[in-house]
Write a protein of this length. Structure first.
Ligand SMILES: [Zn+2]
Length: 220
């Protein structure tokens, strides 16, 4: 069924939000992100967005005109598809990057509901000429770049102190920063009209409504 954005009034609002705003929401949902104070949070989001965009610029300069799948191939990074259940606990998986040995895994059953609902005009507004797989592969390419480059990952650049015992600090990384950067990377690499977090939110809505539909079918 084609979805116009009129069926999801919240979507217009989210599509109009800046990457900075969406990134800040992601950071504040992180189990450790809220420990940073407001000015640190704003700086961390700007830093993560800048990091992702710069990494995309470097990769684009190296591989002009290639799709994310072709770039992965050129880097010797395999992309595999799996029919495994995309749902683990409350996490719905679309794609993931696995290190050692490095590969990108696409969850075909995870991507399918989103792929079915993303038809034009919504697809064009969210993805432009890119495909859904392009967007998810690009995101995982960032995690590959991050895992293989020499600079420390963005998630470890901001490390709130968990607690202090004398001169001892327990510190942690902030995983959301890596996700914020991966979004900026995908958006910049593909020239996406929307910050890709919007796709996650559309997916969450789609998956929730298709799960509800199959529950009501089962009940019949
Ligand atoms: Zn990610």
């Amino acid at each position: 069924m084609p979805h116009g954005s009129t069926e999801m009034p919240w979507l217009e609002q989210i599509m109009a939000a800046s990457p900075e705003t969406l990134g800040l929401v992601m950071l504040e949902a992180d189990p450790h992100g809220w420990r940073l104070d407001r000015s640190e949070r704003l700086a961390a989001v700007a830093d993560a967005l800048g990091d992702g965009a710069a990494a995309a610029g470097n990769l684009r300069a190296q591989f002009p005109g290639l799709t994310p799948r072709e770039i992965a191939h050129a880097l010797g990074l395999p992309i595999h598809s799996t029919d495994d259940d995309p749902l683990v606990g409350s996490l719905w998986r679309f794609a993931e990057y696995q290190p050692r040995p490095s590969r990108i895994l696409l969850y075909s059953r995870g991507l399918a509901p989103l792929d079915r609902m993303l038809v034009d005009p919504l697809a064009a507004r969210l993805l432009g000429p890119a495909t859904l797989q392009d967007a998810f592969i690009a995101h995982e390419l960032f995690h590959h770049m991050e895992a293989t480059r020499s600079t420390p990952p963005i998630a470890r650049r901001y490390r709130p102190t968990l607690f202090r015992v004398g001169g001892w600090h327990w510190r942690t990384g902030i995983a959301a920063l890596s996700e914020i950067a991966a979004g900026a990377f995908a958006q910049s690499l593909l020239g996406l009209p929307c910050y890709p977090r919007v796709l996650d939110l559309v997916a969450r809505d789609t998956v929730a409504s298709s799960a509800a539909a199959s529950r009501s079918r089962d009940a019949m």
